[in-house]
Design a protein around this ligand. Structure first.
Ligand code: NAD
Ligand code: GLY
Length: 359
């Protein structure tokens, strides 16, 4: 098992990465202070891994909430089911919430923990590649609003992250590829050597070679932990983790939550951001080709949906947390391995990308 640290002073916490660690009860014990534990998961993950987690929690009073599966359920209405369970069980401030699942369960579980009685401890057990490499680390929690993705939420750090790489065996191929979009992101924004490594190792990752996957999870978490330690609440460098996300969120919201997986929308959005970076003269045609090629190699889409018009893109992109005074600000690329901070963009260049980029 590897242990990384997210260095946030008094709110620092470990990320455990390893094979079979879901069943190591001592990992839980170190991070649960009270006697009550609520496990939040969903209808797909529960039959696969809930018992293995509950087996480690026999010393505690436990309750479970099984949420409906899907991005369309990452809503305030469904969040209430978690509060219902905490209250029905009369759980107090020392209760610990465990979020067992992908990014949707992790974001919702974390947000519920941030809100319940003004904050109870929580543990992330990410079960998708995307959640292991990105969403479980860094304390962004929240839910979607019909008018905007992740628009309601809080920064709230977990007590620890337990990333058992064995659980990736049950992920379907589409979800594995979606996770790779966020892995590739780290190469693009700050880790050029990792980009080269990924380009070479994508076939092994897609074939689920265990060591290769474990390395990709670890290297991604090292990158994420460094960025979060530097800028926990996104006043600067953390925004670079949003490369491609403003376009991507427009696709997710505009097409209806769940139609495109988050990672798929990010892959397309990153290609659009790369195209715009080229129009600004920051990266070359060759760079853009390499970026499109690596997403294709990861079996991800690179072309925005025809049915989303330029005007709809602009409308949804105008609802984004990086925007200032109504102006769209984007993360663009200065090179493969180097992202800009949020920049205001010339509307003509943005329109050029939205009108002409077709993969
Ligand atoms: P997800 O949570 O919807 O999980 C994807 C699918 O895989 C679901 O159907 C889920 O039930 C299933 N699943 C989960 N684990 C499984 C396993 N081991 N075996 C089989 N099936 C499994 O999606 P995701 O891609 O994990 O997360 C996307 C969400 O994460 C989005 O809402 C996105 O906004 C959010 N996100 C948050 C952050 C953050 O910093 N908080 C970062 C990136 C993404
Ligand atoms: N996934 C973006 C962030 O954590 O900041």
């Amino acid at each position: 098992m590897k242990t990384l640290e997210v260095d946030l002073g008094g709110r620092s916490y470990p990320i455990y990465i390893g094979s079979g660690i879901l069943s190591q009860s001592e990992l839980y014990g170190q991070h649960i202070k009270g006697s009550e534990v609520l496990v939040v998961t969903n209808e797909t993950v529960a039959p696969l891994y809930l018992d293995a987690v509950l087996d480690q929690l026999k010393a505690y009073k436990t309750a479970t909430v099984i949420l409906p599966d899907g991005e369309q359920h990452k809503s305030l209405a469904v969040l209430n089911k978690i509060f219902d369970a905490l209250l029905i069980n009369k759980f107090g401030r020392r209760a610990t919430l465990i979020a067992l699942g992908g990014g949707v369960v992790g974001d919702m579980g974390g947000f519920a923990a941030a809100c319940y009685q003004r904050g109870i401890p929580f543990i992330q057990i990410p079960t998708t590649l995307l959640a292991q490499v990105d969403s479980s680390v860094g304390g962004k929690t929240g839910v979607n609003h019909p008018l905007g993705k992740n628009m309601i939420g809080a920064f709230y750090q977990p007590q620890c992250v337990i990333a058992d790489t064995d659980v990736l065996a049950t992920l379907d191929d589409r979800q594995l590829s979606a996770g790779l979009a966020e892995v590739i992101k780290y190469g693009l924004i700050r880790d050029a050597d990792f980009f080269v490594w990924l380009d070479y190792n994508l076939p092994a990752l897609l074939a689920r070679d265990k060591q290769t996957l474990a390395f990709a999870v670890e290297r991604s978490c090292i990158n994420k932990a460094q960025v979060v330690a530097e800028d926990e609440t996104e006043s600067g460098v953390r925004a670079t983790l949003n490369l491609g996300h403003t376009f991507g969120h427009a696709i997710e919201t505009g097409m209806g939550y769940g139609e495109y997986l988050h990672g798929e929308a990010v892959a397309i959005g990153t290609c659009q951001a790369a195209d715009l970076s080229r129009h600004k003269g920051w990266i070359t045609d060759d760079d853009v080709e390499k970026i499109i090629a690596i997403f294709k190699k990861a079996r991800l889409p690179v072309v925005p949906p025809d049915s989303l018009s330029v005007e709809q893109f602009l409308q949804f992109m105008s609802v984004d947390k990086k925007n200032v005074d109504g102006d769209i600000r984007l993360i663009l690329l200065k090179a493969i391995g180097e992202a800009s901070l949020p920049v205001g963009v010339d509307q003509n260049l943005l329109r050029l990308t939205l009108e002409t980029y077709k993969g």
